[in-house]
Design a protein around this ligand. Structure first.
Ligand code: 3PY
Ligand code: ZN
Length: 632
């Protein structure tokens, strides 16, 4: 039995703060009274029922028959897993154990990269926490569960109105035998910009304490110099440091010789020297082809000696072939996603890889019926998020042209749509490739990929060719992100920035070549905590909140402001969260362990002269009327 404590976080217990958000949006809610959490939740449901959720407006709706998903029952007590090994013997022992296995080890990415790549990162914690005990009990042989970091951190606060730390704590508690894994953008933390060293260090310390076991650390320009602070912090926390190479280009193409075998081996050796326990091989766009994987994995194994953990995306449709080739070549661990969250811009299908390796030397030993049960659950989860589907229906060999990361592809498409450029997508893809070459053929992954995307959209929107952009005689107003990157604020790429474009972008300003963190003063953490607390009317700011604020000050404050109005909405079923309720609907929400609200929507009344709608509920059998402004 696991106790899933949804609500012990102080954010949910303290009710005394206000923020600018409330001051600046007085129309949102007229009431000033302190309200209990149940009333807040009812207010949220009433508001969404009357006004709709801004995130799902105008988007496809889940089918009428979609129900709250039910997780498969744990079949036994959780057996000992990798987490127990880490706790008892430390990260080096885990790495040694990895190398000693003949079986291929599997990481499930469904709870992080799977939905980040397929559903714009919108999966809510409750849908993960509900199935976590089934993972612990039924799939104890998993290497790890990737469930945190990357884009999930800010999306939780920003769009899902929930605390990412609490998600981590709950998942950690529900899977005590399995290693949790996160994606960390080195000095860029889980953000899009370089942070001061002590902010990165504090973030890693907190992530380790709240529940991350494996840190996959990468730099968006593959600059090891810019990874050390984060890697050192992971090692210091006694967690598994997966120092990661981002793969780009085409290893076997002589025309792309910038990223050849020597380059990757050199970087891998640097990562080993920097203390990596495991070598991550991150093919974020899914560009590594099977034959190249064979060569790369075999050589890295021979030359470096670290266990290798391979991550790819199935955008091309050929990723499973690459994974199997990597397995032949001796890769130690691979990433995959459960059926319903696999394929396309996500990872290849976990169950299919397990079956492909069955009865071979490298058999994973995972139970296919347990995988199927869990995967069926995920299918129901995905059905709830129809609003966030990208509509990408088939494999895209075009990925070899533009080289966009799986997590960016659908995002950039949505951005193009919002600029009215959707019809001209092939031009965007070409411009992305051109912008990449213009910047010197760089590694493209968050945040460098965003810079290339910004440039590409601008080129298409303004009808600029690469030649024109590079021509000193043509005036170009470059996107801020491009200026920032050319200044050296994301670090240095292999071979440096091309002098011509850098000069044009910077208009004579001198770029920096030192590690960006070197020039950043440390943040006074206690002073920041005190100021934040004052801004929140004396709310006690714990370390998790402080670290959330340091990564995303405005996003965090907005989250806190909404939290004061709406309370612990993370406990609502996903359908209710995004669509409100229909008269006659009944739901339950567990706002504390053992404290469950039974909520029934009776009716939505007329909107009065004051512009407020009355919404009639039954809360645990008692009638409650909630008034919300009708903004619809
Ligand atoms: C992220 O940084 O969020 C990524 O998924 C990069 O691949
Ligand atoms: Zn990925």
């Amino acid at each position: 039995e696991f106790v899933i404590n949804l609500l012990k976080h102080p954010v949910f217990l303290n009710d005394t703060y206000t923020t600018k958000f409330i001051d600046t949006t007085p129309d949102l809610f007229q009431f000033r009274k302190r309200r209990d959490r149940a009333t807040k939740i009812l207010t949220y449901i009433a508001d969404i029922t009357v006004n709709g959720h801004p995130e799902t407006a105008g988007r496809p709706k889940p089918a009428a028959e979609v129900k709250t998903p039910k997780a498969p029952a744990p079949r036994t007590e959780p057996a000992m897993g990798t987490r127990n090994m880490l706790e008892q013997k430390g990260p080096q022992a885990v790495a040694d154990w990895m190398r000693a296995q003949t079986k291929v080890l599997i990481t499930d990415t469904t709870m992080r990269d799977g939905h980040q790549s397929l559903l714009a990162t919108r999966m809510r914690s409750i849908d993960m926490i509900r199935v976590a005990p089934s993972y612990a009990a039924n799939l104890p042989q998993l290497f790890s569960v990737e469930c945190w970091g990357g884009a999930t951190f800010d999306v939780a606060y920003r769009f899902l109105q929930e605390c990412p730390w609490q998600r981590l704590r709950d998942l950690r508690a529900a899977m005590p035998n399995l290693m949790t894994q996160m994606l960390l953008r080195a000095s860029n933390g889980v953000g899009y910009t370089n942070y001061p060293d002590n902010v990165v260090q504090a973030f890693v310390r907190q992530a380790a304490e709240t529940g991350v076991d494996v840190f996959r650390v990468f730099d968006s320009l593959n600059w090891v110099e810019n990874m050390r602070v984060a890697m050192d912090a992971v090692i210091e926390a006694n967690k598994v440091c997966e120092g990661t190479i981002c793969y780009t280009g085409d290893l076997l193409d002589p025309a792309r010789a910038k990223y050849d075998l020597k380059y990757y081996v050199g970087m891998a050796k640097e990562l080993k020297a920097a203390g990596a326990h495991v070598l991550g091989l991150k093919d974020m766009a899914g560009l590594l082809k099977p034959a190249a994987a064979r060569v790369l994995v075999k050589t890295l194994k021979q030359e470096v000696g670290l266990p290798i953990h391979f991550h790819t995306h199935d955008t091309s449709g050929a990723a499973a072939a690459t994974i199997l080739a990597a397995c032949d070549a001796g890769v130690d661990a691979v990433d995959a996603a459960m059926d319903a969250f696999s394929g396309g811009t996500s990872q290849p299908c976990l169950g299919s890889i397990v079956e492909a390796l069955r009865h071979t030397e490298r058999d994973t030993g995972l139970d296919i019926s347990a995988i199927r049960d869990i995967s069926n659950y995920w299918e129901h989860v995905r059905a709830q998020y129809a609003a966030f589907e990208s509509g990408l229906a088939s494999p895209a060999s075009e990925v070899y042209l533009h080289e966009m990361p799986g997590g960016q592809f659908t995002n950039l498409k949505a951005q193009a749509r919002s600029l009215g450029l959707e019809e001209r997508w092939p031009e965007v893809a070409q411009a992305y490739a051109d912008a990449n070459q213009m910047f010197g053929d760089i590694v493209k992954v968050t945040p460098s990929s965003k810079v290339v995307g910004d440039m590409a959209l601008m080129m298409v929107a303004q009808g600029l060719s690469r030649g024109q952009v590079e021509d000193p005689a043509v005036d170009v107003a470059f996107p801020d992100s491009v200026v920032d990157m050319m200044k050296g604020n994301l670090g240095q790429p292999h071979g440096g920035w091309p002098a011509g474009i850098q000069k044009k972008v910077l208009k004579g300003e001198k770029p920096q070549t030192a590690r960006p963190g070197l020039g950043m003063a440390p943040v006074d953490l206690e002073e920041t905590r005190a100021k934040l607390s004052a801004e929140l009317n004396g709310f006690t700011v714990d370390d998790e909140d402080l670290n959330g604020y340091l990564m995303y000050p405005k996003v965090f404050l907005d989250y806190m402001g909404r939290h004061r109005l709406y309370g612990p909405v993370r406990t609502l079923p996903t359908q209710t969260f995004f669509y409100g309720m229909q008269p006659g609907d009944e739901i339950t929400a567990e706002i504390d362990p053992g404290k469950t609200l039974e909520i029934r929507l009776q009716a939505v009344g007329e909107t009065g002269e004051d512009g407020e709608a009355k919404v009639f509920f039954e809360l645990n059998g008692q009638p409650r009327v909630i008034r919300v402004p009708n903004r619809a």
